[in-house]
Structure formats: structure tokens, C-alpha cells
Design a protein around this ligand. Structure first.
Ligand SMILES: Cc1cc2nc3c(=O)[nH]c(=O)nc-3n(C[C@H](O)[C@H](O)[C@H](O)COP(=O)(O)OP(=O)(O)OC[C@H]3O[C@@H](n4cnc5c(N)ncnc54)[C@H](O)[C@@H]3O)c2cc1C
Length: 311
């Protein structure tokens, strides 16, 4: 079954990886997903399995121990994870995109410090842009970072942070110049280690679905961070760096939609073949055949478009 889902991947190595992830999803994830979702429980054994398959290092360069696979492969993997349980694609999302930001824009010292650990994952990553008064309009953030000798002092509040309690490093969007025009020129991204004094994960936010992965508030209260933790080493580049990394997140999010839709279709067709009405399986009523055909056409189009965009 999983082999079919990987069939559209063009690169043979990526196809094999996606296929293997699909087999793992059917065997390990499908049977327990509902239990974890309803209990809103972090799936430690599943995360361990993902780690053993190397998925946390999927976009990390080989020189730092990662698999350095294509975005097409990443899209296929995320589709398969979401086909089993969407929260798994959420757990990996900010980790992969922060790893990508460090690989692409970090100083050599930052790459050496973080990338080998992200592969394990000895530490996982979170991304903190959103604030109580800044969502889609990310440049409206109010969190400030003020230079003080060799350090910066960060103050502000963040919202909706995926992996907010368990992450080991947070890529945080701040303002080093609140008067800059255009606004993005005053934005700087910091790598903040968990446990830094003045930095704390707050309330875990309740959700209707997409459970098992925590979403939290965060506060910076006179949090002192060395200037060496500015991503890439220079002020005013944070907006570009984070927006670029978010493109990686968009691949993940599109792939989640495909995976969830595929799972819904698989359940639908199974049910339509089993359930009988008016003397035959409902699958044999033409109106249901048309409905299922329309579903799979849209899913197939979404799958191909997502893989094409990822490539
Ligand atoms: C489960 C979950 C996990 C998240 N994880 C993270 C995370 O890890 N890190 C992080 O930083 N953030 C995270 N977020 C926050 C997410 O990025 C924001 O919710 C998103 O940026 C939208 O911001 P907002 O919710 O404040 O909505 P708003 O920006 O207030 O938007 C409200 C509505 O207005 C619409 N709107 C806004 N601007 C325009 C416009 N110009 N034209 C037309 N319509 C517009 C929007 O589409 C939306 O319908 C998470 C959110 C959720 C729900």
C-alpha cells in the first residue's frame, strides 16, 4: 500500500525512504494515533522511531551528520506521517525549518554547535514569531533585543509556539530597531537555548484537534543572550532568514493536507465496500462511485502539485 503512495516520487532513493516511512506508519502509527490524539499525549515512542529513521536530520547537510535529502523526499515523508497522524508532521516541522535556517544562514560556529545535535535529535527546535498582537503581520512584533556589551537583552511575549515545552533551542524573531523603515530591516533572529535565565515556556494552549504536540506561550524577561547567538551574526537579517525557512514549513503543511485527505479517502473506500444499503455495498451505487472518484481526483491533483512545488 505504502509503495503506491511513494510511486510519484521521482528520485529512487527518496522513493525508497518514503515507502519505508509508509510501512512504518501503517505498522506503528495507525494503531495508536487515536489513543495519543484523545489523550493529548506526546508520542515518545513514535518520535524515537522517527529519529531512528533519520527524519530529524532529513534536511541537515551530510557534513554535519544529516541525510541532506531533497524537498521532494521531505514532502513525501510528511504526506506519509500525516496519513498516519497529522501531529507527527507538526512535531517535525519547526525542527526541520529551524535546522534549515541554521544550515543556510548560520555562522560556522552555530552550525558546529547545533546541527550535529539536531540530527539525533539530542535537541529539538521551536520557532517563535507570533505574539499576542502580531500573527500574519509578523513585522508588527513587539519583542525587543537591546545590545548590552557583548550580549543582547530580550524582552517580550510569544504565542502559539509548537514544541514550546520540549525544544532545546528556539529561533526567536525580535526587533533590534523598532523605528526601522521598512520594518523588516529592524528584525533580528536569535538562537535561544532552553534554560537561558529570563526565558520560560508558559501556559500550554488548549486545542480542538492536532493534539499530542504542545503549543505554548513563551516569555522573555530581561533574557541575556550572547551576540554570537544572532543567526548569521548580523542584525537586521532576521525577517529574510525566517521567511525563507517558513517556505520549508509550507511544504510540510501542504503535504499534511494531502496525507490527511488520503487517510480520509482510504477509510471512505473501505467503508463503502463493506457497508450495504438497498441490497448491495454502497460502493456499487453510482452516486457514491462518482463521489469517491471526485475525492481521489482532487487528492491526486493535490499530491502532484505539492511534489511539483517541493521539487
Ligand atoms: C496550532 C498552531 C501552531 C502554531 N505554531 C506556531 C509556531 O510554532 N511558531 C509561531 O511563531 N507561530 C505559530 N502559530 C501561529 C500562527 O503562525 C498564526 O496563527 C498565524 O500567523 C496567523 O496569525 P493569527 O492567528 O494572529 O491571525 P491574524 O493574523 O490575526 O489573522 C486573523 C484573520 O485575518 C486574516 N488576515 C490577516 N491579514 C490579512 C490580509 N492582509 N488580508 C486578508 N486577510 C487577512 C487571516 O487570514 C485570518 O483569517 C501557530 C498557530 C497554531 C494555531
Amino acid at each position: 500500500m505504502a509503495r503506491d503512495y511513494a510511486a510519484d516520487i521521482t528520485d529512487p532513493i527518496a522513493q525508497e525512504i518514503v515507502s519505508n516511512v509508509g510501512v512504518w506508519v501503517d505498522r506503528e502509527v495507525k494503531p495508536v494515533a487515536m489513543e495519543y490524539e484523545h489523550a493529548d499525549q506526546f508520542p515518545d515512542p513514535l518520535v524515537k522511531g522517527m529519529s531512528e529513521m533519520g527524519l530529524f536530520g532529513i534536511k541537515i547537510p551530510e557534513a554535519y551528520g544529516g541525510l541532506d535529502l531533497s524537498f521532494e523526499c521531505y514532502a513525501g515523508v510528511c504526506m506519509e506521517l500525516a496519513r498516519g497522524w497529522m501531529s507527527l508532521a507538526g512535531i517535525i516541522n519547526t525542527h526541520v525549518l529551524v535546522g534549515y535556517a541554521i544550515s543556510e544562514y548560520g555562522t560556522e560556529e552555530q552550525k558546529q554547535k547545533y546541527l550535529p545535535k539536531l540530527v539525533e535529535p539530542e535537541i529539538r527546535c521551536a520557532l517563535t514569531i507570533t505574539e499576542p498582537d502580531a500573527g500574519s503581520d509578523a513585522q508588527a512584533i513587539k519583542t525587543t533585543a537591546v545590545r548590552d556589551g557583548d550580549d543582547y537583552i530580550i524582552n517580550g511575549q510569544k504565542m502559539w509556539v509548537t514544541n514550546g515545552q520540549r525544544a532545546g533551542v528556539y529561533l526567536a524573531m525580535t526587533k533590534t530597531d523598532t523605528t526601522a523603515n521598512p520594518r523588516h530591516k529592524g528584525i533580528t533572529a536569535f538562537l535561544v537555548d532552553a534554560g537561558t535565565p529570563g526565558f520560560a515556556a508558559g501556559r500550554r494552549l488548549e486545542k480542538l484537534g492536532y493534539k499530542g504536540v504542545e503549543t505554548t506561550e513563551l516569555t522573555f524577561d530581561d533574557c541575556r543572550v550572547p551576540a554570537t547567538q544572532v543567526l548569521g551574526g548580523s542584525e537586521g537579517r532576521g525577517f529574510q532568514h525566517i521567511m525563507s525557512a517558513l517556505e520549508v514549513g509550507r511544504i510540510n503543511v501542504a503535504a499534511r493536507g494531502v496525507g490527511v485527505a488520503q487517510a480520509a479517502f482510504d477509510d471512505s473506500i473501505r467503508y463503502a465496500q463493506k457497508r450495504e444499503a438497498f441490497g448491495k455495498p454502497i460502493f456499487e451505487h453510482q452516486a457514491q462511485q462518482l463521489r469517491l472518484a471526485e475525492m481521489i481526483t482532487k487528492i491526486r491533483a493535490a499530491r502532484l502539485l505539492t511534489l511539483d512545488a517541493a521539487r
